[in-house]
Design a protein around this ligand. Structure first.
Ligand code: FAD
Length: 259
């Protein structure tokens, strides 16, 4: 979503979990590292590109009730379940992701986190074994999990009928549109909130909104977002990240993953 970065050596879109297992087998035989790409909304891909294989679960996109494949569009799931009057995901309105990426990152914000709505997660380990993990076994934490190199292939959500869910969804989405630059090229919040603090507020208080390297700049709308105006490179963005980190009064750890 940042619109930067070079190509991968290999790009694979398995058609089934069996295909995914075959991809892992082939990659192991050829000693090729594998990375899983969701919708790329939390990634900064370096200009040199990615060595090895990038796998995207584009074709695993079925939804059967509250059992949903990892490649399903998460924002769509949140919208659909809110429209169905089901309570649990409406607080995550407007977060761009695939279901697998939302789980892996435990996507969330001030209104809640993905973890709270998850019942189980089906994963495939790199040796091709399929396992169903309970929410506890996933090891959810702030913007992460203990999944390691296991791939999310599907998940079950625990949502109950509730009152005023559609209205709550609209409210969260409106707030998000107002406070974040949703229509631009960015990767969401660049930095994790430090303990007891708020990364966006800290960057804003340092007067860094609008700071620029090349065609990348700190968003005027939300200081924890870096926007690509078009033509920025990953190197521009990484330099801007370094400049922000060197000026902030507390250590700021990247939330965005750099490939
Ligand atoms: C405009 C905007 C607003 C955003 N707002 C928020 C917000 O409010 N809250 C928030 O938390 N985030 C937010 N983000 C960041 C992003 O939406 C989340 O981090 C999201 O969870 C990323 O999901 P993805 O599918 O794009 O994953 P990617 O960015 O593609 O990948 C992220 C990580 O997940 C791994 N991954 C992806 N799919 C799988 C899978 N199937 N199995 C195992 N690992 C997998 C990848 O390997 C990588 O390590 C925002 C981003 C943008 C651009």
């Amino acid at each position: 979503t940042m619109k930067v970065g070079g190509p991968a050596d290999f790009f694979v879109e398995p058609r089934s979990p069996e295909d995914l297992a075959a991809t892992f087998r082939a990659a192991r035989e050829c000693d090729v590292p594998v990375r899983i790409l969701g919708s790329g909304a939390n990634l900064l891909i370096r200009d040199e590109g990615v060595r090895g294989a990038v796998v995207r679960l584009t074709h695993l996109k079925r939804r059967e009730g509250l059992h949903v494949d990892a490649g399903y569009n998460f924002a769509r799931l949140v919208h659909e379940t809110a429209a169905e009057g089901l309570c649990g995901l409406e607080c995550l309105a407007g977060i761009p992701a695939q279901v697998g990426g939302a789980i892996r990152m435990n996507a969330g914000g001030r209104h809640g986190e993905t973890a709270a709505a998850v019942k189980y997660v089906d994963v495939m380990t790199p040796d091709g074994e399929l396992r169903r993990l309970s929410r506890e076994e996933v090891g959810f934490r702030y913007r992460g999990t203990a999944l390691g190199d296991a791939v999310v292939v599907a998940a079950g959500f625990d949502l109950r009928p509730g009152e005023g869910i559609r209205e709550r969804y609209e409210e969260v989405l409106t707030q998000k549109k107002y406070s974040q630059p949703l229509g631009t090229h960015n990767a969401g919040c660049m930095f994790k909130n430090p303990p007891g603090g708020h990364a966006g507020r800290i960057i804003d208080q340092c007067g860094l909104k609008g700071m620029r390297v090349g065609n990348a700049h700190v968003s005027e709308r939300h200081a924890n977002f870096i926007e690509n105006d078009g033509g920025a490179t990953a190197a521009d963005i990484l330099l801007l990240v370094e400049q922000i980190q060197s000026r902030a009064p507390v250590p700021l750890e990247l939330e965005v993953l750099v490939w």
